[in-house]
Design a binder for this molecule. Structure first.
Ligand code: SF4
Length: 249
């Protein structure tokens, strides 16, 4: 069995293959229910949320199925105040008892970005120390992580699968909403009367750190406001070119 960075025993390929086949027949809720009830070989998983524009949907599903699920929010120190308020509101409204906010440790911040200007001089490095390294630390006790990514977000995410082996984190990654459309997300939010991030109506369909997020004009791709004017399109959390996709749908 392979081990992740915390020496959590991970299932081997044949075990995963059999589990993936069984999971492929399930709808989103049943798929997520199996994962959260630890009725798979992957063990305990953590959900990771940006508490951004569409986050309420995955968080509502998670809270309904198991409110004790660990839900990790990475606090980069540069979030919009609206995002922090929305996080607090959703945690209470949905009863997310396992929610955890985790940020860069003070020593790393002092070493790499004491002035807090790295996002201007080297945004890839900034994301690496304020997001990627922090998530690696947060995921150590878990057999994998659950993300709210969707295929329609961008061309780069169009081939997203529900189960992926993530080389970057050396662990399993689950995308229960991979094939959900924007309409389905909106319908679910409306049906369950979920609170909407306050910046959505101000022209932010995708919301990250304040210095790296701008408003999006009509007709632009929804992530066009992220790192606008730069070649950078992902923060690195989801940018692992060696990902081996396991098709389940
Ligand atoms: S999105 Fe911007 S501010 Fe946030 S971690 Fe990345 S570079 Fe830094």
């Amino acid at each position: 069995m392979p081990l992740n960075s915390a020496s959590v025993a991970l299932p081997d390929a044949s075990t995963v293959s059999a589990a993936s086949e069984a999971l492929a027949r399930l709808d989103t809720q049943a798929f997520l229910a199996r994962l959260l009830a630890q009725q798979t070989p992957f063990g305990e998983l953590a959900a990771v949320s940006s508490f951004g524009a569409e986050s309420a949907v995955l968080l509502h599903l998670v809270a309904t199925l198991n409110p004790m699920t660990r839900v990790v929010f990475l606090d980069t120190g540069f979030h919009f105040p609206e995002t922090l308020a929305y996080r607090d509101e959703l945690i209470v409204r949905l009863g997310l008892q396992g929610a955890q906010t985790i940020g860069i440790d003070p020593l790393s911040e002092k070493r790499y970005d004491e002035a807090g200007m790295l996002h201007q001089t080297d945004p890839d490095r900034c994301c690496a120390v304020r997001k990627v390294q922090v998530l690696k630390r947060a995921l150590r006790p878990y057999g994998g992580w659950i993300s709210g990514q969707k295929q329609f977000h961008s061309a780069g995410r169009a081939r997203l699968e529900r189960i992926e082996w993530d080389e970057g984190y050396n662990t399993w990654k689950f995308n229960p909403l991979a094939d959900w459309s924007a309409d389905r997300i909106a319908s679910y939010q409306a049906e369950h009367q979920l609170p909407v991030h306050p910046l959505v109506s101000a022209g932010y369909p995708s919301i990250g750190c304040a210095p790296c997020t701008s408003q999006v004009a009509q007709g632009e791709e929804m992530r066009a406001g992220r790192w606008r004017g730069q070649e950078k399109v992902e923060c690195g959390l989801h940018q692992n070119p060696d990902v081996i996709a396991v098709s389940v749908g």
